[in-house]
Design a binder for this molecule. Structure first.
Ligand SMILES: NC(=O)c1ccc[n+]([C@@H]2O[C@H](COP(=O)([O-])OP(=O)(O)OC[C@H]3O[C@@H](n4cnc5c(N)ncnc54)[C@H](O)[C@@H]3O)[C@@H](O)[C@H]2O)c1
Length: 424
């Protein structure tokens, strides 16, 4: 097997995850370069390379690309609004891509990346990690086996989880649409991708409603100051009190945005919170992305689906209603029924079948095993004979991006939006 060389464009949270997994597959991957303005992040990835002295570090993606083709594959892990430029530049240098989702933050940029990939003949794997989990692989195989019959309609829910919402979409990188992406793209393009993949039909139209209603100044506890560190009278009751970042579970989240999260003392963290975006009151930020949104989707063959994104649940749920039975699964089923999926055939005297999916290698960490699953498949995806067979290729991902952009237009303009399917 030919080793693929990997260069990291952005060495942040996602890139470090992929670097850690790739470093455990030395027969497939060699980590050869990394670029990030934060030097310690480049050095972290150098430390994962099996040839650290040959590893080339750069202070920016631009500097890395200026030096020529950095590797066989560039892992684009910069922020959403940077993807277009970094992806196209890397492809122009002759690199294939592992491209973080979303492909880009605006539809015109997504289509520009697609056009460049086609023109340059490059392979692009988009990080729709959930497709690589044992759970969704099982759902797909059950649907394709025909046991559920023809899919008539489906209902998917994504519970972002309140703390996660506050961390990422109120205080964090994806809280202001103009600086990043709309919520339905930033968080739920995974769900659009799952719907398109599992229903296995083009989506024709979508209508959507949603709003930001909870993480606003109007909901702030009486007397809450701009920062939790300024002495909030509601701190002990508030689930978003930033002091929680110093607690063990909070440090896991902190590690995504503060590189010294593990070793820092509580006092250091509190000092950091005094000026960091993550120390702000969760009701007094500049966030404008929604905290709940619903979609009604129409697919070919009169198949329909609904989707709910809510800050106020934890985990994904699915219900798929077929002509032969109903398949239900996700976080609620797992917690309360002790299995992953329940299949209930139609008809009298039928018993529901509980289905347990093999635990992913490394457990459920990292998107239910999807991060490791993606990296385990990446080499084959990029070197396989048939580029069209790639599971999460750019071409495949375009449809779900179109669904997300259409939903956002619908939400803002209050109308059903027809989705272009032929132009893809
Ligand atoms: N697949 C998933 O499930 C998933 C989950 C979370 C985030 N994401 C996506 O992954 C991407 C990265 O997210 P993250 O959480 O790792 O963010 P991050 O902020 O931790 O990482 C981005 C890195 O890019 C660096 N950077 C900024 N400008 C740069 C430049 N010019 N050249 C090189 N590096 C530069 C930053 O310093 C930072 O280290 C985003 O697009 C995000 O939406 C995907």
């Amino acid at each position: 097997m030919r080793r693929l060389t990997l260069a990291f464009c952005g060495c942040g949270s996602r890139a470090r995850t992929y670097a850690g997994i790739a470093s455990e597959m030395p027969d497939r991957f060699a980590l050869v370069a990394g670029a990030d303005p934060v030097e310690g992040r480049v050095e972290f990835i150098r430390g994962k390379s099996d040839r650290p002295t040959d590893f080339k570090g750069y202070a920016s993606a631009e500097a890395m690309f200026a030096a020529g083709k950095p590797a066989d594959v560039v892992i684009v892990g910069t922020q959403d609004a940077q993807h277009r430029e970094h992806a196209i530049r890397a492809m122009e240098l002759g690199c294939d891509l592992l491209l973080e989702k979303p492909v880009a933050h605006r539809l015109e940029d997504v289509l520009a990346v697609q056009a460049a990939a086609r023109r340059l003949g490059r392979r692009v794997v988009v990080c729709h990690v959930l497709r690589y989990t044992p759970f969704y692989a099982k759902v797909e195989s059950l649907l394709r086996s025909g046991v559920v019959g023809e899919i008539v309609t489906a209902n998917f829910i994504e519970g972002v989880q309140p703390w996660h919402q506050a961390h990422s979409f109120v205080r964090g990188h994806w809280s202001v649409e103009g600086k990043s992406s709309p919520m339905i793209l930033a968080k739920s393009c995974h769900d659009m991708d799952l719907l398109a993949w599992l229903i296995n039909r083009p989506c024709l139209a979508v209508s959507s409603h949603g709003a930001l209603s909870q993480f606003t100044a109007a909901q702030a506890p009486a007397g809450a100051p701009a920062r939790c560190t300024d002495g909030c009278p509601a701190a002990s009751q508030c689930p978003y009190d930033a002091h929680r970042y110093a607690q063990p579970e909070g440090r896991r989240w902190l590690g995504m945005v503060y590189d010294r999260a593990k070793e820092a003392t509580d006092a250091e963290i509190i000092t950091w919170l005094r000026t960091s975006p993550w120390g702000r009151c969760a009701f007094r930020c500049d966030n404008d992305v929604v905290d709940h949104q619903v979609l009604a989707l129409k697919f070919t063959g009169e198949v329909t689906a609904t989707f709910t994104m809510t800050a106020f649940d934890d985990g994904r749920q699915l219900e798929i209603f077929g002509t032969k039975g109903v398949l239900r699964g996700g976080a609620f089923v797992k917690k309360h029924l002790g299995c992953d999926l329940v299949f209930t055939p139609h008809g009298w005297n039928q018993t529901a079948e509980k289905i347990t999916v093999e635990t992913p290698t490394g457990g459920y960490a990292g998107h239910g095993g999807g991060d490791a699953g993606l990296m385990a498949t990446l080499h084959a995806e990029l070197t396989g004979a048939d580029a069209a067979a790639m599971r999460t290729s750019l071409e495949v991902s375009i449809q779900s991006h179109r669904m997300a952009f259409a939903a956002e237009t619908s939400r803002k303009e209050g109308r059903t939006v027809v989705i272009e399917t032929s132009a893809g």
